[in-house]
Design a protein around this ligand. Structure first.
Ligand code: C2E
Ligand code: MG
Ligand code: MG
Length: 643
């Protein structure tokens, strides 16, 4: 035989090994996987055809010209198709194919069209290869075209990975470059040593290298469910964001999966989760399924076919309300489903992760599809949670004081301490927003202690008693009231400043009773026994639970501003008369019950006059002053009380 075919035989062995690996791993799920498989198949065919044609070329006298030509053309065609296939594979790695325009596809096909064209007209031109007088196979001048075209695709592949290196992990960039080098060098060698058929062998090694580095799905799949894992999800979504490709994410989150794990056992849960993953994976054609751990799956589909995904969402909702059968058990696992559009609704991977990590709201154990803006508000909540933590660590919280005026003397006799949080990034964050969040995550205990100790320090250091300020009102959160150590904590703080308990008046809202009433009552009584006066805040906003009012030792009731504003609405709305009756009678009733009455939200002189006439004891509102930082509050009181 004229040629050395040992390398080609080795190449066939390598390719068969790669094929078996792919089949064992079932690695066909993505376009890039399928292109890789096509590349391997054409590599194998190419090696086989090279052996066959090398054989026939070696014995031209015993072979008909047709047979000779047939195998040689087949080999050259298949072999030349490998380089554009390689480029397509590389393009699919960066998801670039989703963005390519028609003309770009056409431009990409021009070089291979030239090669194929040259081969097609070769029977006439004999310019690619021919047989000399002795029937010996020879390369013609246009054989170079085939090499140039192959080189072009290789260079283009390297250019793609280098240019889009941010969309492809570095290890993959290196891997493609190494593979190209593997294919490049032997082509050079073979150009000069025609009979040493090493090209296919080196290519097979290059492709095997890619199998281990690029097509290794082990690190991107979950062993238990067999679908892509959270790491793959992050990578794929991040790449889409980087390359600007629109994407739809359908998040499916099972309620309370940890509880289910401990109830039904790990083996059962693993089996069920696998069933779910398989079901989801086949649900939407063209979408990939990811297991983002902890009973959270995501279906990701490129493009903007919302309808298709919403359809799928509905099917998921129905399916997840039904039972999943595994071994002898059948259990339903209701889930929260949400569709997210990238980059329209969210444009960074951090945002997406924040939103997808939202704990599912259990909806009475039924599956539900929630709008994506529900996750948006949660996202702000998470950010604010971080801001609270940061502000506590960096001591960024401030306490402002709003004067409270005695209607009889016309002097400021107390103040309400109000928390302020100003963030460099978000600006002013109102307490109505951050207090409920701090209550949910427990940081209200630290915050509450801070407000009390800050108010005590402010009162003691500035001798506010000498300015006529009898006490500072501090808001207590329900969560604080549930803590039986609260009375002692507050007492310790006051002792530190040598203040008697009468200097701090604790405000509790009506809605506090909605929680554990007994625990609340115990705490409030203990506080009162220590000598702290207690106020009922926001009276009139809750459900006016009188048993609560009577069972707790309130000395002051603060009527909510909405009652005042409804009564004295400048627009004279239809219910204004009734609202006025309500205001007058509320104040009268509370005074008859021997409570001191404060009305908040006094903004106009007319309101002040009316409240004074009705007999309200104290007034608080912007008419006198907004909440002020400590030093400004002192200046204000000095001037106001001197007048
Ligand atoms: P609140 O205890 O009812 O406090 C009175 C709120 O009414 C304050 O809002 C005050 O600025 C506002 N206000 C007073 N007069 C007027 C007025 O004339 N016009 C208008 N438009 N508003 C007036 P702020 O400071 O935004 O606080 C809102 C709520 O946040 C408070 O309602 C309280 O429930 C809570 N909060 C504030 N600081 C603390 C705190 O240190 N601890 C706890 N647990 N809650 C706090
Ligand atoms: Mg208050
Ligand atoms: Mg209030």
């Amino acid at each position: 035989m004229l040629y050395n075919i040992h390398y080609n035989v080795s190449a066939c062995v390598v390719y068969l090994f790669i094929i078996s690996m792919i089949i064992v791993r079932k690695g066909f799920s993505k376009l890039s996987n399928r292109l890789f498989f096509a590349l391997v198949i054409s590599g194998l065919l190419s090696a086989i055809l090279d052996i066959i044609s090398a054989y026939y070329i070696s014995y031209p006298e015993t072979t008909s010209r047709f047979v000779l030509d047939f195998w040689n053309y087949a080999f050259l065609l298949i072999h030349n198709l490998m380089s554009p296939l390689f480029l397509m594979y590389v393009v699919s790695l960066s998801d670039l194919h989703r963005r390519l325009k028609f003309w770009q596809w056409v431009a990409g096909l021009v070089p291979i069209a030239c090669s194929v064209g040259a081969l097609l007209v070769n029977p006439l031109t004999h310019a690619v290869f021919y047989y000399d007088e002795g029937s010996i196979y020879r390369h013609g001048s246009q054989f170079l075209v085939l090499y140039v075209v192959a080189y072009l695709y290789m260079v283009a592949s390297v250019a793609v990975v280098v240019f889009f290196r941010k969309a492809i992990p570095l290890r993959k960039v290196v891997s493609v470059i190494v593979c190209v080098a593997f294919c490049f060098v032997p082509i050079l060698i073979q150009m000069f040593t025609e009979h040493l058929l090493i090209e296919n062998f080196f290519q097979s090694i290059g492709i095997m290298w890619m199998l281990f580095t690029l097509e290794n799905d082990d690190e991107v799949t979950t062993r238990i469910t067999g679908v892509y894992n959270r790491y793959a999800f992050l990578q794929d979504v991040e790449r889409a964001i980087y390359t600007g490709i629109p994407l739809l994410i359908l998040s499916v989150k099972i309620y309370n999966v940890n509880y289910s794990h401990s109830t039904f056992g790990v083996q059962f849960m693993n089996g069920v989760l696998k069933r779910m993953a398989e079901w989801l994976d086949y649900l939407v054609k063209g979408a990939d399924c990811y297991d983002c751990t902890d009973g959270h799956f995501a279906l990701v589909m490129y493009g903007d076919d919302r309808e298709k995904m919403l359809d799928a969402a509905e099917q998921i909702r129905l399916r997840f309300d039904e039972e999943w059968v595994y071994q002898a058990l059948s259990v339903a696992f209701p889930a929260q489903i949400c569709l997210l559009e990238v980059p329209k609704e969210v444009s960074s991977i951090e945002q997406i992760m924040l939103m997808l990590d939202v704990p599912a709201d259990e909806n009475n154990g039924r599956s539900q599809i929630i709008p994506s803006n529900a996750l948006h508000s949660y996202q702000r909540e998470v950010v604010i949670e971080q801001k609270i933590q940061e502000a506590l660590e960096r001591k960024l919280f401030q306490v402002y004081y709003q004067p409270i005026v005695d209607t009889v003397t016309g002097k400021v006799t107390s103040a309400e301490a109000l928390l302020r949080l100003r963030d460099e990034e978000l600006g002013f964050i109102p307490p109505d927003e951050f207090i409920p969040i701090a209550e949910r995550n427990g940081s209200i205990l630290e915050l509450g202690a801070f407000v009390i100790s800050e108010s005590c320090r402010f009162y003691a250091e500035n001798r506010l008693d000498l300015l006529g300020i009898r006490y500072i009102e501090v808001n207590l959160s329900v969560v604080q009231c549930m803590n039986h150590r609260l009375p002692q904590t507050i007492q310790n703080i006051l002792d530190g400043y040598h203040l008697p308990p009468q200097r701090i008046n604790l405000e509790i809202t009506e809605s506090a009773a909605a929680g554990n009433k007994t625990a609340l009552e115990e705490t409030v009584r203990a506080l009162n026994d220590l000598g702290f006066p207690i106020s009922l805040d926001d009276y009139g906003t809750g459900y006016s639970n009188y048993s609560y009012m009577f069972s707790l030792p309130f000395s002051i009731v603060k009527v909510d501003k909405s009652i005042l504003w409804n009564a004295m609405d400048n627009n004279n709305h239809p219910g204004a008369d009734s609202a006025m009756i309500l205001l007058e009678n509320t104040i009268r009733m509370l005074r008859q019950m021997r409570y001191h009455v404060v009305v908040e939200g006094v903004e106009t002189e007319a309101q002040r006059r009316l409240l004074a006439e009705i007999g309200c004891d104290y007034l608080q509102g912007f008419l006198f002053s907004r909440p002020l930082p400590g030093n400004q509050f002192i200046d204000f009181v000095r001037t106001f009380n001197a007048a």
